[in-house]
Design a protein around this ligand. Structure first.
Ligand code: NOJ
Length: 577
């Protein structure tokens, strides 16, 4: 027996399955990075119409929902995570009518839409910030951000020692209109991304209104950017460390994971719960005939916290629904480390009743096909291609493991094609602000943002009729959707089969526990009802029992007289039914 594949569930079943109550507890959510998904007008930049044109592909892939990274009006200092108007679409992505058409069409295709919300900071071109500068010192608009006088005899030193996540100071001194050096303002990210002051009531009012705007547009949820950063410790105290960047994600900081953020989310939850599908809904609302309102709308937190236990605080019953599991994303390809993080995650989520989430790639980290191609311990920003074949083999196995775990899983566009990171982009094409600020740890995000190859031929391999804003390597022709579609054993078909099996197997995704089975060193084996998953993380074949009928494998699996041989870096799924 070699590689196995299963037929995906028929598409006609989609709406029914996707419409089940609490759909988000086991949903597979596909991240679209709009700049790089599909370009409908040939300008080299992806757009909403491009996404809409590819909805059939996403439906056929078998995901439940699509999360779109920001497409709002923005000067693009941080690829749209610097929002100048939260209620408008940037012309480079289309307009509000395109957003409306995309949401409607997605629902027609059995897919839900989750949009990105960026509440920690705005663009420096946001009306409030522009007025705060133009009105001069004492402007009440400055209270909506963190403006402070500088330290030192002439205010020439920043108000505290915080560093930007993108490198350099987290403070920028402004020049007042009369040309004199003025106050400083806080920006945890780029200087073009001033942090809001969430102590100011107008900020909360504005975001509650923005939530309603998009809920009224029909979105099914929000991914909350920097959800752990909104509240800063009182008095903005010095940190006193000269190694702040290394601490990020490993420690509670005066600007991250402060307990005060939870009050904000409790308020937001009450807004969501007013909408049809969440609890009772407003009077007169009905979800009859509208499958996507079954099970309601959700929030997912981007919250980098020191531990999964702290992450669980964000998903208490009256707060958010899900939070990304960055501990899982950061785990090496090692059975024991994976087992520990899986157990810890499930143990942390169980008491709060929230689903675990699993994610391997996104637009901020090196794609997992490249992470696993390199030796462990290099972190999530890697600059070397490593052993591509090994990386892809492990990535496929890692995906089958992830999709076998209870809870919700996130897929980042292109991982279903086995795309590696592009590690050799020339400096002149890079756009990541972190690269230019030289933040050692977080400066190579362009490599995972290169546009998707859809076809073997064409200037941008079917991404659009023109070029592409980041160059695609010629080797991507053979990784294109066209090259992999209907090809048995291709990574695209592996994802399709896996998602089809997941839909057809209720024991997958559901629940909050796995039952570990005895397994050789370096191997993970667990049972979930009538389903068994085995992942061999070692570089050599291992023999495990015959558990039943093989459903799907990421690599070579052979049945012998002694049992089943699972080849190196391979995952296999069985049904015991
Ligand atoms: C997290 C986003 O995923 C990232 O792309 C962005 O640069 C920062 N937040 C700042 O908004």
């Amino acid at each position: 027996m070699s590689q196995h594949s299963a037929d995906p569930a028929p598409n006609t079943a989609l709406a029914t399955v996707a419409g089940h109550r609490d759909w988000w507890r086991d949903a597979v959510i596909y991240q679209v990075y709009p700049r790089s998904f599909a370009d409908s007008n040939g300008d080299g930049m992806g757009d909403l119409e491009g996404v809409r044109s590819r909805l059939p592909y996403l439906r056929d892939l078998g995901v439940d929902a699509v999360w779109l990274s920001p497409f709002y009006a923005s000067p693009q200092a941080d690829a749209g995570y610097d929002v100048a108007d939260y209620r408008a679409v940037d012309p480079m992505f289309g307009n509000l009518l395109d957003a409306d058409a995309l949401i409607r069409d997605a629902h027609e295709h059995g897919l839900r839409i989750i949009v990105d919300l960026v509440p920690n900071h705005s663009s420096d071109q946001y009306e409030w910030f522009k007025r705060a500068l133009a009105e001069g010192p004492g402007s009440p608009l400055r209270d909506r951000y963190h403006f402070r006088p500088g330290k030192g005899a002439k205010g020439e030193l920043p108000p505290n020692d915080w560093e930007s996540i993108f490198g350099g100071r987290a403070w920028t001194r402004i020049t007042e209109l009369d040309g004199t050096p003025g106050e400083w303002y806080l920006h945890l990210f780029a200087p073009e991304q001033p942090d809001f002051n969430w102590e100011h009531p107008a900020v909360g009012d504005e975001f509650r209104s923005i939530l309603r705007f998009w809920l009224d547009m029909g979105v099914d949820g929000f991914r909350i950017d920097v959800a752990h950063g909104l509240v800063k410790a009182e008095g903005l105290p010095d940190l006193g460390s000269h190694d702040q960047l290394k601490l990020l994600g490993n420690d509670v900081m005066p600007f991250f994971d402060q307990d005060g953020v939870h009050a904000i989310y409790r308020q937001w939850r009450t807004i969501l719960d007013e909408y049809a599908g969440n609890k009772e809904g407003p009077e007169g609302s009905s979800s009859e005939g509208r499958w996507w309102e079954t099970g309601g709308r959700i929030f997912v937190a981007e919250a980098w916290t020191p531990t999964v236990e702290r992450t669980a605080n964000y998903v208490r019953p009256d707060e958010l629904h899900q939070a990304f599991n960055f501990q899982y994303l950061s785990t090496a390809w090692d059975a024991e480390e994976l087992r520990v993080v899986i157990d810890r995650t499930l143990d942390a989520m169980r008491p709060v009743g929230a689903p675990a989430t699993w994610v391997l790639s996104n637009h901020d980290v090196t794609r997992h096909a490249t992470r696993f191609a390199n030796p462990p311990g290099l972190g999530t920003q890697i600059r070397t291609a490593g052993d591509r074949e090994l990386g892809l083999r492990r990535a496929r196995a890692a995906t089958l493991l992830m999709l076998a775990l209870p809870g919700s899983a996130y897929i980042y566009q292109g991982e279903e094609l086995g795309l590696p990171d592009v590690v050799d982009l020339p400096d002149e094409v890079r756009q990541d602000p972190a690269y230019f600020r030289g933040a050692g740890q977080d400066g190579f995000r362009d490599g995972c943002r290169v546009p998707i190859p859809w076809t073997r031929e064409g200037r941008s391999y079917g991404f659009g009729s023109g070029g592409s804003w980041l160059p695609q390597p010629p080797s991507w022709a053979e990784l294109s959707v066209e090259a992999q579609q209907s090809v048995p054993g291709s990574t695209l078909e592996l994802y399709r089969s896996a998602l089809g099996v997941r839909r057809a197997t209720p024991d997958l995704g559901a629940g909050d526990a796995v039952a570990w089975l005895p397994a050789p060193e370096g191997v993970l084996a667990f049972r979930r009802g009538e389903f068994v998953c085995v992942t061999n993380t070692t570089g050599r074949p291992v023999t495990v029992p015959v558990y039943g009928r093989v459903l799907l494998t990421s690599g070579e699996v052979t049945e012998t007289a002694d049992g089943t041989t699972v080849s190196a870096d391979t995952t296999a799924w069985w049904t015991t039914a």
